[in-house]
Design a protein around this ligand. Structure first.
Ligand code: SF4
Length: 374
């Protein structure tokens, strides 16, 4: 079954660490952008295919009105066959959450929230340039839950400027006392040319050192496990039965179609990406192609991609699935690499193949690189 991703590239204001394709202060685009999205969906490939996940990501999709979200979901429902039990997620920022908004989104079928909480320290939130307070983060989770949407994911970051291991512990205690089913917990990556990068370069703020960051990562794993959360993907934790079905598609090499500026798709063994320019997108959507790049994945590359994505998850590489997908065996393609990673204790065997070891989770990027053959 197909996943549908809708990219909403708007934010109230750009956060200091963010290099995602999103733009602040352009609310005058909202209405025409939503119309363009609906036109793009109507002309998309895959008409009539069954869709079991829809994910509105960004940016900040919760800046759209419930009516605008409804028109996007209607376009998806009219063009595809949306499963009655489809997971329909919207990413939201805490300061956009009200009782009425939750009720309105719920009534049009939204059944999962991904909330950008990021930290429960007001000092940190200010440093990151977030538009909400710690109290608003907690309140937003409760409002969504009391509004009848019980599948709630929260994003949290660690390794923040000036943050201590004790601060991370405090954040985790608060997070796990809230009624969430899922958490995406990331270590901050400072992207070049962001405002935060500039703060660090000019020594206005200081990051924790490597040892502190390792201790923070260990604390996250221990605390989430102790609270009953399964660590099912490098940065993702969930209560039993609450894995993100949409994001799992990315890691399980399943097809998805992305709509909107800069949206990516993986469909019929091709990866394609849309144009990034909003006015150009609005002008072209539904009239001519908005795809900027399209690449057919040759089978050697596809096998590498599958292994790298599968290893992000605790399930790891499934040898039988690999054989079905690529008509060759994992042993033939990657046998020597996997043996070496077993010897280095970075991979461990599973009943259906292999996965990252506990140590391997800390050296994920090194392990993934081993699967890329020249
Ligand atoms: S809300 Fe999210 S997408 Fe928007 S600027 Fe902040 S981090 Fe980036």
């Amino acid at each position: 079954m197909l996943g549908v991703y809708i990219h909403i590239p708007f934010c109230q204001k750009k956060c200091r660490y963010c290099d995602f394709p999103s733009y602040g202060g352009v609310s005058y685009f909202f209405s025409n952008y939503v119309k363009a999205l609906c036109r793009e969906i109507v002309y998309a490939a895959g008409a009539g295919e069954t869709v079991d996940t829809i994910y509105l990501g960004g940016g900040t999709p919760s800046l759209l009105t419930a009516r605008q979200v409804e028109s996007i979901l209607c376009a998806v429902r009219n063009h595809f066959s949306v499963n009655s039990s489809a997971e329909i997620t919207i990413e939201a920022n805490p300061n956009n959450i009200t009782d009425t908004y939750i009720q309105d989104l719920r009534s049009i079928g939204v059944n999962r929230f991904s909330l950008g909480v990021q930290s429960f320290s007001d000092e940190q939130l200010q440093r990151l340039g977030r538009m909400h307070t710690a109290e608003e983060g907690k309140h937003a989770v409760m409002t969504i839950w009391e509004g009848g949407i019980s599948n709630i994911s929260a994003d949290l970051m660690f390794g923040l400027p000036g943050q201590s291991v004790a601060d991370v512990y405090t954040d985790l205690r608060i997070l796990t006392q809230l009624p969430i089913t899922h958490a995406s917990i990331y270590s901050l990556i400072v992207e070049d040319h962001t405002l935060l990068w500039d703060d660090i370069r000019h020594q206005r703020v200081f990051l924790p050192d490597e040892r502190e960051e390792e201790a923070m990562a260990a604390l996250v794993h221990e605390n989430m496990a102790a609270e009953g959360f399964e660590h099912y993907e490098i940065s993702s934790y969930c209560l039993p039965g609450f894995r993100s079905r949409h994001n799992s598609k990315y890691w399980q090499y399943s097809p998805y179609l992305g709509f909107g500026v800069s949206a990516h798709s993986f469909y019929q063994n091709k990866r394609f990406a849309n144009i990034a320019n909003i006015p150009e997108y609005i002008h072209k959507a539904g009239v001519s192609s908005v795809v900027e790049t399209s690449v057919s994945i040759e089978s050697r590359r596809a096998a590498e991609d599958y292994c790298i994505l599968a290893l992000r998850m605790c399930d790891g590489i499934d040898y039988e699935k690999f054989h079905i997908l690529f008509s060759t065996t994992v042993e033939t393609e990657f046998g020597d690499i996997i043996e070496r990673l077993f010897a280095q204790q970075l991979l461990v065997p599973t009943p259906s193949g292999c996965r990252l070891s506990k140590l391997g989770f800390s050296y994920g990027n090194y392990v993934f690189e081993q699967f890329i053959r020249d």
